[in-house]
Design a protein around this ligand. Structure first.
Ligand SMILES: [Zn+2]
Ligand SMILES: [Zn+2]
Length: 182
């Protein structure tokens, strides 16, 4: 007796809802495209390469951000050191050039910030870090404060009191931050 039930191929796997690995009550048709785990919409994040579970995304970021803890402090020290030396010179030049100081500040501010970012990137072995840009900004600010203190004490010259200088600083810091985003 052949109770023939011909190949109707009903319920192809994939047509059937699965249940989210994190929410066993939630039906879903989605899978993480890296580990294949069923995930619901709440658990899925759309990346450039498709839906991924949070675990896979975190793992990916840990590979991407390969900086060492010391790299943050290297970035801080390099930013502070360069700012400490360069800022009094830049501020002085911007001040004595008067109106042209505005043009110079607008033209070279961003470039100076991007150049600083490149130096920092090289000095941390081109490793990528989540916080390197924050440490860089903190280093610039510490360098500014120190250089202001030193020049006021020893040269009676306050590098902060110039709006051209302020424009230069804003542009340079924005460019450095942007460049170090990766
Ligand atoms: Zn996954
Ligand atoms: Zn879920």
């Amino acid at each position: 007796m052949t109770t023939s039930t011909p190949a109707t191929t009903e319920n192809v796997p994939g047509d059937q809802p699965m249940f989210c690995a994190n929410h066993p009550e939630t039906e879903t048709y989605l899978r993480c495209n890296k580990c294949g785990k069923p995930i619901c919409l709440k658990c899925a994040e759309l990346t450039e390469v498709g839906y991924r579970c949070k675990e896979c995304i975190r793992e990916q970021q840990n590979v991407f951000y390969n900086a060492l803890t010391a790299d943050n402090w290297i970035a801080f020290a390099v930013a502070a050191g360069i700012t400490l030396v360069a800022w009094p010179i830049v501020a002085f030049l911007l001040r004595i050039t008067g109106f042209f100081g505005w043009i110079i500040a607008a033209l070279v501010g961003s470039g100076a910030g991007a150049a600083l970012a490149q130096i920092i990137r090289n000095s941390v072995g081109r490793r990528r870090g989540r916080y390197i840009r924050h440490f860089t900004l903190a280093g610039i600010i510490v360098g500014l404060v120190l250089s202001g203190f030193i020049t006021m004490t020893f040269a009676g010259f306050a590098p902060f009191f110039s709006l051209q200088g302020l424009l230069f600083l804003v542009l340079a810091m924005a460019a450095a931050y942007q460049t170090l985003r990766w």
